[in-house]
Design a protein around this ligand. Structure first.
Ligand SMILES: [Fe+2]
Length: 132
C-alpha cells in the first residue's frame, strides 16, 4: 500500500489532492489481487487510472501554464511518456488474461512511477509556485 504523506506535497492543494486520489486508485489495484473476481473488475479500474492520469496531467499543466513555468515543455513531454507507458503496460497485462501476480506487478510498476514522478519531477516546480 502506498501512503501519501507530507514528503509528497507540492504545495498546491488541488494537485496534492489529485496525487492522493492517484494513490488510492493505485491501492485499489493492490486490493484487487485479493478478489476472486479481479479479472472482471480489472479493465474498469485500469481505464479509470488511465483517464485519471490524463485529467490530472492536464490540471497540472494548466496551472503550470498560468504561472509561466519555464520548464513546461519538458514536463509535458514527461507526462506524455508516462501516459504512453501506463497505457501500454495496462494493455499488455489485460491482453494476457492476467494472474494476480501480473496485477501485483502492475501495482508495483505504478507505485514506482508515481513516487518517482512526484519526488523527482513534480518537485522541480514547487519553487515556481512559491514565487507566485
Ligand atoms: Fe507532473
Amino acid at each position: 500500500m502506498i501512503v501519501w504523506d507530507k514528503r509528497y506535497s507540492v504545495g498546491v492543494e488541488k494537485l496534492d489532492q489529485q496525487h492522493q486520489m492517484f494513490f488510492s486508485l493505485i491501492n485499489k489495484l493492490e486490493d484487487l489481487t485479493t478478489h476472486d473476481t479481479f479479472l472482471d473488475e480489472l479493465p474498469r479500474l485500469l481505464n479509470e487510472i488511465v483517464e485519471y492520469a490524463t485529467l490530472h496531467f492536464k490540471s497540472e499543466e494548466d496551472l503550470l501554464t498560468k504561472i509561466n513555468y519555464p520548464d513546461l515543455a519538458n514536463h509535458h513531454a514527461e507526462h506524455e511518456n508516462i501516459k504512453k507507458d501506463i497505457y501500454m503496460e495496462c494493455k499488455r497485462v489485460i491482453e494476457r488474461e492476467p494472474t494476480a501476480m501480473d496485477v501485483m506487478w502492475l501495482y508495483n510498476y505504478m507505485n514506482n512511477w508515481i513516487k518517482h514522478h512526484i519526488l523527482e519531477v513534480d518537485m522541480m516546480y514547487v519553487e515556481a509556485f512559491k514565487d507566485e
